[in-house]
Each structure stands twice: as structure tokens, then as C-alpha cells.
Design a protein around this ligand. Sequence first.
Ligand code: IPE
Ligand code: IPE
Ligand code: MG
Length: 240
Amino acid sequence: MLKKKSENRVLPVHIAVIMDGNGRWAKKRGLPRSAGHSVGARAFKNIARYCNKIGIKYLTAYAFSTENWKRPPEEISAIMNILRDYLKDAKNFKADNIQVKFLGDRARLPEDIRILMKEAEEGSADATGLKLSIAVNYGGRGELVAAAKILAKKAKDGVIDPENIDEAALGGQLYTAGQPDPDILIRPGGEKRVSNFLTWQTAYSELIFFDVLWPDFAPKHIEQAIGLYNERERRYGAIV
Ligand code: IPE
Ligand code: IPE
Ligand code: MG
């Protein structure tokens, strides 16, 4: 397929990104892993602002997975502290007209973080720019199990007929309800896997991998990803 000229390029509506490689970035520099997470948080703010600036409608970023609790307590608390600082600063997103939302099971998160998340969501609810979703204590399989439980309970209570459960009904119980599926899933850091991110939603996403580590991820990589996306032919199982 011919490469489209940049002026004719199609912007993905929804970009998902797995922010990976912070630890290796720090290790390469002889720094503690937490330093990688701090610089990674800066890269994240920069990328969110850039996506907003160029007119991307949805950005969904994986910040902490349900599996990341397996890490040492010091690293987890460093990540939670970075998240706290970020949330305290979240009014800046309102100023940028970015709407923030969190995906994941909040029950396991510290209470002050849960309150800050709610405040950030409420404070930016009427922003009309980028819809930024940040996945914290998120796991794609857990999300599907939770959705199945809700539907099973509704069926048991006679609220829904199991025969009527369709993709829209299941999708409507996910954290991402109401959002379009990601057009592209970007993973920097060199690993070529999805690590339990957006299991349902990425069924037809274009996968784009970068070797660059997340703290070095820059707007030029978003541009490269958009360029690669424009070279892909999406068929959804059909013949074109
Ligand atoms: C991603 O970077 C951030 C989180 C998972 C919280 P990593 O911490 O996984 O960095 P690497 O993959 O070990 O380099
Ligand atoms: C995925 O990265 C999770 C986040 C970036 C939040 P991991 O570093 O946890 O993934 P694996 O362990 O390499 O699959
Ligand atoms: Mg990693």
C-alpha cells in the first residue's frame, strides 16, 4: 500500500499506550528504578499534552497493572508517590482542557489516592479536549471477570435475559464503557506482548512496538506511530 502524504494522513481516534521500560532506563544510568518512574511520569504528561494538541480524541495509558503488585514494596510505594504528585497536579490538565478518567480496580489503592482520583475526574469532567484514561491497578482479564459477574447477577435477579447478552452488553460493563476501541496500541520498551492491557478492547487494534524506553518516548514517536498506522490496511476479517 502506498504511503499516504502526511497532509492526508488519518489520525487514529484512540491511542492506547503501555508505558514500559522505566526500570531499564534507570538501570542503564545507574539510578534507582524509581528515578525511571519519575522521568516516565514526565514523558507521560508531555505525550498527553501533545496528543491533545494534535487533536487525538482518546489516549489510554497503562500506568500500573494488577500484576505489578508482585514488585518490591519500595518500588510500589515510589510509584504510588509519583501518582499522588501527579494527581495533586491534575488541575493542570483541566487548564489544558483534558478530561481525565481512571480505569482499574480502585479498592486496593490507598484511600487518599482514591479521593484524589475522584477529584481529578470531577474537576475535569466538562473538559472538551483529549479524553485521557489512566489505567491503575488495571488488568484486562479481571475487568472481564468483573463484567461477567455484573451480568450474571442481573440475569439471576431477572433484570436481563441471558439470551440477550451481546458484545454491547458486555462492553458496556467494562471500565471503558462508551469509548471507541483503540485504533492503535503502542508498546515502547522492546517487549512484544500486551501484558493484560485492554484484552477485550484491542481485538482489532493495530499493534506498534518501539525499542525506545518509555522515559525517552517523545512526540516524534507518536508521529512515527501515526505514520505506521497510515500504512496499515484494516480489514476486520473482510476482503478489501
Ligand atoms: C513500566 O516500566 C512501569 C510500570 C510497570 C509501573 P517498568 O518498571 O516495567 O520498566 P522495565 O520494563 O522494568 O524496564
Ligand atoms: C506492563 O508492563 C504494565 C505497565 C506498563 C503498567 P510490565 O513491565 O509490568 O509488563 P511485563 O511484566 O514485562 O509483561
Ligand atoms: Mg516492564
